[in-house]
Write a protein that binds this ligand. Structure first.
Ligand code: SF4
Ligand code: SF4
Length: 722
């Protein structure tokens, strides 16, 4: 007895000491990051809810049913098997030990046995998934490409060892005299294995019980050490990371940044992140929490089109840099940021870009948010990427040179194309009604300010969508006015590329304009404008009620104020714009509008809604060359064309441009049209007016629809209502 206690406790104490030292080191390392005060402020309830849904409920993991269920049972198995750890240590000192009060309950016996078996089954599932997805077999298409697969196999082996030693020592306890095992037949696995061991006799079973008990304690203790040095750190880090993540989610607006003014800039000011210690502690926590599961990588449009960016490899690279920089982070302050104990003189650290993060990796991101959406431990990739872009742009003046023109245009002309404010009302000339242009204050009788956006006002193709939206709103009796020459770029492309200064200048000027004209309710057609005004302007003092035109169309259709015609007949596939769908959860509304068009059959692409694939324009990628791999818009359009739809519908001017370009590049423009949702609704009205004389096959093209729609839409609806 004394020997087994000595061995069990010696192994435990040594492993606890090693693991404890490692966890202490990790906690110091994480705390060496910049402050993130907003992560510990505010209501605790959204964070508590996230713990329940994300950690306990495994919400994101269960979206991938096979591995999700396997992980669910493993996670809960390990949680509930904490009872067996208490029992194992009790058994070490007293072989007939049971937990006081509940330690003989058949319910507890059943739960322990059930989850022990469930974990073993889950391990088999994990092993099959890993073999099927082995990078050696599938290379870049494997989500495990670049992950530490050896460590994953060791983890599976260690978990299996924990369960097997547990089952064997408890099965042997069934056969000892007196019986040491405290549970009845409900602990079915222990009794079944025990039946197999019964023939060995009580003495051998007693020895087996002792041996496997010590092995069980040794494996558990060793596993703790292994976890503290491996990607399985997430067992402990994930609940913390989820608790401190941005709520309700880390999508929509970017994380808050300090209000920037030139007066506050000193020579010590560091913009963005150039060294790993310039990340916040929450971001450092992100890096050590990554499980290397590769879910983010498997959905990333950059990775899937042959670019070097994998959000998983990016996070792993930052984590490796953090670990290799630990000495500096903990002892040596660098310019712009002090080390944890602020002692030694500044060392010359290696910049993250290009040493750890290749520029092509950094600039490949479309900020689509797929990675954040999928990550089961709520890592915030997009914020980290934009932080590093900020440093490149504002501190190093390094960015794709072709994007420089866009930034200059925004700064000097107020739009990325540099066409100037005067052209911002030209699109209204195609309308047969007046759109009030606000010069002073929005008239009382006007309900909405229509924020047209640069693309909607200035790009020929995007204008069609804006014009159709204006006509549909007018038709439904919605009153709106525009800012015309007073409207300027929201600053979204400047912010996404990393020019936070320019973004804040644009944002502050726009907020002042909006306040000046008394804007309260804003309709946005561009999801990027919608997202920026709705989610990012509040941090700079601009609080407005913002609605996207897809939401408003949905509302009008539901309210019966806009009744689609019955003339359109065809198949529509809807492309979710990232900044409308994933970033702002507007998934159902556009589909409701399409479903309300009697002749429209909606066919979904495989990657739709939360998993919608980017068009390639976000993150200021619209203004950068795409010379590596396949073009993202070609990949997406191939999927859209594969549905057989004759209309690819969307609700974003940038998506329209990108998808239309790709349809033309595929020479499919005669068969497939790319239409804004408003154009589709308008076309249903237009065709219904002529349905008696024109076959659906002879549908007018979008130009005709846009040009004629206004003239005939009202008549069409009147005739359809008769
Ligand atoms: S935001 Fe999109 S493009 Fe950028 S890393 Fe994530 S998944 Fe890839
Ligand atoms: S970042 Fe998240 S989704 Fe990507 S590999 Fe790590 S844990 Fe998985």
């Amino acid at each position: 007895m004394a020997v087994r206690i000595a061995i069990g406790m010696a192994v435990t104490v040594v492993c606890l000491a090693v693991a404890g030292r490692r966890f202490y080191w990790l906690s110091r390392l994480i705390r060496s990051g910049r402050p993130a005060p907003e992560r510990t402020r505010g209501s605790i309830w959204p964070r508590a809810e996230a713990e329940v849904t994300e950690v306990a409920g495994q919400r994101k993991l269960l979206k991938w049913m096979g591995p999700g269920l396997a992980h669910f049972f493993t996670m809960w198995g390990f949680t509930l098997l904490l009872f067996t750890i208490v029992e194992a240590y009790g058994d070490l000192f007293q072989p007939t030990f049971h937990i006081p009060g509940i330690g003989t309950s058949p319910v507890l016996g059943f739960i322990e046995t059930f989850f022990a078996v469930a974990v073993l089954v889950a391990l088999v599932v994990f092993a099959i998934i890993r073999i099927k997805n082995a990078p050696s077999r599938r290379e870049r298409t494997s989500r495990f490409y670049g992950s530490h697969t050896d460590a994953a196999w060791i983890t599976l082996a260690l978990i299996a060892s924990v369960i097997i030693t547990l089952l064997v020592y408890r099965a042997a306890q069934v056969n000892t005299v007196p019986r040491q095992f405290p549970y009845d037949d409900w602990a079915f696995a222990s009794h079944a294995i025990g039946a197999g061991l019964a023939g060995l006799g009580a003495g051998v079973n007693g020895a087996l019980a002792t041996t496997f008990l010590i092995l069980n304690i040794a494996v558990i203790s060793g596993f703790l050490v292994f976890v503290s040095y491996s990607k399985h750190l997430h067992i402990f880090m994930a609940p913390l990371n989820v608790a401190f993540s941005r709520r309700p989610r880390a999508l929509g607006g970017l994380d808050k940044t300090p209000n920037m003014t030139m007066e506050e800039v000193t020579e010590d000011t560091v913009f963005g992140v150039g060294l790993v210690e310039q990340f916040t502690w929450k971001q450092l926590l992100d890096f050590v929490t990554c499980t290397e599961c590769g879910r983010c990588q498997s959905v990333c449009p950059a990775w899937n089109t042959g670019k070097p960016l994998s959000p998983k490899l990016l996070v792993m690279g930052l984590r490796d840099n953090m670990f290799s920089s630990a000495n500096r982070l903990l002892h040596q302050p660098v310019a712009g940021h002090g080390g944890a104990d602020g002692t030694a003189a500044a060392a010359e650290p290696e910049a993250l870009v290009p040493a750890t993060i290749d520029p092509d990796v950094l600039w490949s991101c479309t900020t689509c948010g797929s990675c954040v959406e999928q990550c089961p431990v709520d890592i915030e990739h997009v914020d980290a990427i934009v932080d590093m872009r900020r440093h490149e742009v504002l501190m190093e003046s390094r960015f794709p040179h072709e994007a420089g023109l866009m930034l200059r245009n925004v700064e000097n002309q107020g739009d990325p194309w540099g066409l100037g404010q005067a052209k911002r009302t030209e699109w209204t000339k195609a309308l047969d009604f007046e759109v009030p242009v606000v010069t002073d204050a929005i008239p009382d009788e006007v309900e909405y300010l229509y924020w047209v956006g640069c693309a909607g006002a200035l790009d020929e193709r995007a204008r069609k969508g804006v014009q159709a939206t204006a006509r549909m709103l007018h038709r439904a009796g919605v009153t709106f006015a525009i800012l015309g020459p007073k409207e300027s770029c929201t600053g979204d492309p400047a912010r996404r590329i990393g020019n936070e200064f320019l973004f804040q200048e644009q944002a502050k000027a726009n907020i002042e304009t909006l306040h000046g004209v008394g804007a309260k309710k804003i309709i946005a057609t561009c999801p990027h404008c919608f997202n920026t005004i709705k989610n990012e302007y509040p941090a700079l003092g601009g609080d407005f009620e913002v609605i996207h035109h897809a939401e408003l169309l949905d509302h009008l259709v539901r309210a019966g104020k806009l009744v689609p015609g019955n003339g359109y007949s065809g198949t529509v596939t809807y492309h979710d714009p990232c900044y409308l769908g994933r970033h702002n959860r507007v998934f159902d509304e556009p589909r409701t509008v399409i479903d309300a068009i009697p002749g429209a059959k909606n066919v979904e692409m495989r990657r739709c809604r939360e998993r919608g694939f980017c068009c390639g324009a976000g993150g200021a990628r619209m203004w950068m060359e795409e010379s590596i791999g396949t073009r993202v818009n070609m990949d997406r359009t191939a999927e859209a064309l594969g549905t057989g739809a004759d209309v690819v519908s969307t609700a974003c001017p940038y998506c329209m441009i990108m998808l239309d370009d790709a349809v033309r590049a595929n020479q499919k423009e005669e068969e497939v049209r790319v239409l804004d949702l408003s154009q589709l609704v308008e076309e249903s009205l237009l065709v219904s007016a002529t349905a008696a004389t024109a076959a659906p096959a002879a549908l007018p093209g979008p130009d005709v629809a846009a040009r004629e729609g206004t003239l005939s839409a009202n008549e069409a609806n009147e005739s359809s209502e008769e």
